[in-house]
Design a protein around this ligand. Structure first.
Ligand code: FNR
Length: 376
């Protein structure tokens, strides 16, 4: 198969990844209306086609929270990335490093913070979930610091887990339970199985062995329901900020009022995000919420976004509406599931090329000068 777009990677991943993990990636909460809107709302945004403007010497380089990036696209934190492909977090982090874009490791990763740090040479970003066990949260922050992570991405939109029907029906767990349907399904995914048999990374690496009493935790939803802190509030953001002491990014801001509170908190950036349509079904798409958030905060904080980006064209639209940078979740998971590290590299290359060509056809040469003027 000749891969020409992200959809090709998705199709290949669907063939190669066991159903339980493919479904985990390709799903949203309840009716999935927000999940779908995240993608479809990009379609209504139209560019101005400009001609006879010198398009030579184009540049996609810019910064996100003061760090140089080859293009303003970071890899979003995704739980269980190491179940899409053996050693998935390490492979994605390496592809991101080679490309020159940030990789964000989820709290709910398979490979641990220390394990990823030992397998890359540049700092990555760490995403934090806040648990009731504050000693464990403190420990996670300290571990990310010790591993040299250059930003903390604090996720605020998952105090309670949204329901995804497919995960319940599939009995999602890491590692998968060896039931007859799972075994039959895995037998049709020989590449995935070979990879998994060849790695030790098959459990939640940041959790198991680090939380008292959690020696065998496989179900994400059961653990989340018990451990995540529903009482998380803005005061917590303060102590986390102080303990971390480095660049702080707040993830999951969709409302102008929350955006203003994010500014007040002193964070370096916020991410307009509805968790990829996995939390509040019926929330607006991220791209629809972005202009309202920008209007509320102006230049007082760096605004990033994620949700529904499936091409470089979508990246350009988000930049045109005021985002400083974006994150991609599922496109990376599809790349991994399809072809491992090469698939993530392919995903980044596709997006870069689409971004570059679209920018040129809009008569623009510098990604840092993109604004509303490129839209109709
Ligand atoms: C996520 N997301 C997520 N976010 C987070 O802060 N911590 C996490 O552990 C996860 N886990 C996770 C798993 C999977 C399978 C997906 C698809 C997503 C949300 C993620 O960071 C990001 O907000 C969305 O994925 C962005 O939307 P797209 O790019 O997937 O459309």
């Amino acid at each position: 198969m000749i891969i020409t777009n992200i959809e090709d990677l998705r199709i290949l991943a669907k063939q190669r990844v066991p159903r339980m993990f493919y479904d985990y990636a390709d799903s949203g909460s309840w009716s999935e209306s927000t999940y779908r809107a995240n993608v479809s709302d990009f379609e209504g945004i139209k560019f101005r086609q400009r001609v006879a403007i010198n398009m030579e010497n184009r540049s996609l380089m810019t910064t996100m929270i003061g760090q140089n990036v080859a293009m303003p696209v970071a890899i979003a934190p995704c739980g269980m990335t190491g179940m899409q492909h053996a050693d998935g977090e390490i492979l994605a982090a390496r592809a991101a490093e080679a490309f020159g874009v940030p990789f964000t490791l989820s709290t709910m990763s398979i490979a641990s913070i220390e394990d990823v740090a030992a397998n890359v040479s540049k700092p990555f970003w760490f995403q934090l979930y806040v648990m009731k066990d504050r000693a464990f949260v403190n420990d996670l922050i300290d571990r990310a610091k010790a591993a040299g992570c250059s930003a903390l991405v604090l996720t605020l939109d998952l105090q309670i887990l949204g329901q995804r029907h497919k995960d319940l029906k599939n009995g999602l767990s890491a590692p998968p339970k060896l039931t007859l349907p799972n075994i039959l399904n895995m037998m049709t995914k020989p590449r995935w199985c070979t990879g998994m048999l060849g790695t030790k990374r098959r459990i939640f690496g940041n959790i198991v062995g680090h939380v008292k009493g959690v020696e065998n935790m496989s179900s994400l939803s059961a653990w989340t329901a018990q451990q995540f802190d529903p009482a998380l509030c803005w005061d917590d953001v303060q102590w986390i900020k102080e303990r971390w002491g480095g660049k702080l990014i707040l993830k999951g801001i969709m409302d102008p009022e929350d955006a203003q509170l994010a500014v007040k908190s002193g964070a370096d950036a916020l991410i307009v995000s509805n968790h990829g349509g996995r939390q509040l079904d019926g929330a607006a798409s991220s791209i629809a919420a972005l202009p309202e958030v920008i209007a509320a905060v102006g230049d007082s904080i760096e605004v990033h976004m994620d949700g529904g980006i499936r091409s470089g064209q979508d990246v350009l639209k988000a930049l045109a509406l005021g985002a400083r940078g974006v994150y991609i979740g599922r496109p990376v998971l599809y790349g991994l599931g399809a072809m491992g590290e090469a698939g993530v590299a392919k995903c980044l290359e596709l997006i870069q090329r689409e971004l570059d060509i679209t920018m040129a056809l809009c008569g623009q040469t510098d990604v840092q000068k993109i604004g509303r003027h490129i839209l109709r």
